[in-house]
Design a protein around this ligand. Structure first.
Ligand SMILES: [Zn+2]
Length: 60
């Protein structure tokens, strides 16, 4: 199994790993693994994954 951090490439199990799953065609699929939330946050920022993505954006 691949243990490399999606962001920095380090062995995630050397830290406190965080995993990201997405539902794809009804199945839960791991699409990212990170050393910790810092690597996850950097990955999100670099890929602009959060732009306009808040599920509560349309609420008034
Ligand atoms: Zn990392």
């Amino acid at each position: 199994m691949n243990k490399a951090c999606t962001y920095c490439g380090s062995d995630v199990h050397a830290h406190e790993p965080v995993f990201v799953d997405e539902e794809q065609r009804g199945e839960r699929t791991t699409i990212g693994q990170f050393c910790n939330y810092a690597c996850l946050a950097q990955h999100i920022e670099n890929n602009e994954l959060e732009t306009g993505a808040c599920c509560q954006l349309d609420r008034s």
